[in-house]
Design a protein around this ligand. Structure first.
Ligand code: TMP
Length: 215
């Protein structure tokens, strides 16, 4: 595929959404073709699944939760992410398969092998070129959240398992993951993001609106 696929992961309140906006603006200013999407969500069907999953009044069994996150993923991969990568876009995705491994696998304690296999099915084998992990103590992350959704309302213990899971995954896939200290100020974190992506995005080489250097 011609484009580059970058995912943003981290505990709730890690500031990844702010960083995606800053990166998006930076890349657009350079003339890059960027597509920003999020998970769960990204198209009408997946956004509907998101509403069900995150509504605080929903009572959702762990298996239903896992399957709904995966259903939303299959949808956005097929209709949004793959087509954009085929067009040569830089795709910035707010959460992806690693969120399912950490939240439903490590934290919700669903069988990790199953989660990985189901993820492979939902993504049809698509993996990110780079994953930026915004690492923060969940106590600090959650203190930034005011209106908490169903997942954010989980116990502190749950969120600590999420963080541990992310760090464990980053050690399993060191080529793909970049861990960024998300407790630093917004501009410092933005600089760390640009540094982490310097091998896959080279805006200065862009002449034709395609600044993705495929790894
Ligand atoms: P966010 O988009 O505001 O980060 O909220 C999404 C929430 O859903 C967040 O708490 C993480 C959670 N989540 C999972 O539990 N599993 C997943 O696969 C994904 C994509 C998100």
């Amino acid at each position: 595929m011609k484009g580059v696929f970058i995912t943003f992961e981290g505990c709730d309140g890690s500031g990844k959404t702010t960083q995606i906006s800053l990166l998006e603006r930076y890349l657009r200013d350079m003339g890059c073709n960027v597509l920003v999407t999020r998970e769960p969500g990204g198209d009408t069907v997946a956004e509907n699944i998101r509403s069900v999953l995150l509504a605080s009044e929903s009572q959702v069994s762990p298996r239903t939760e896992l399957l709904l996150f995966l259903a939303a993923r299959a949808q956005v991969v097929d209709f949004v992410i793959r087509p954009a990568l085929e067009r040569g876009n830089i795709v910035l995705c707010d959460r992806f398969a690693d969120s399912t491994v950490t939240y439903q696998g490590y934290a919700r304690e669903q069988d990790l092998d199953w989660v990985r296999r189901l993820n492979a099915y939902a993504t049809n084998g698509l993996t990110p070129d780079k994953t930026l992990l915004f690492d923060i103590d969940p106590v600090d992350g959650l203190s930034r959240q005011t209106d908490r959704n169903r997942m954010e309302s989980e116990t502190l213990d749950f969120h600590q398992r999420v963080r541990k899971g992310y760090l464990a995954e980053s050690r399993l896939f060191p080529e793909r993951f970049h861990v960024i200290d998300a407790s630093a100020n917004v501009q410092l974190v933005h600089q760390a993001v640009l540094e982490a992506l310097k091998d896959v995005i080279k805006p200065e080489n862009w002449k034709t609106g395609n600044c993705a250097i495929h790894p």
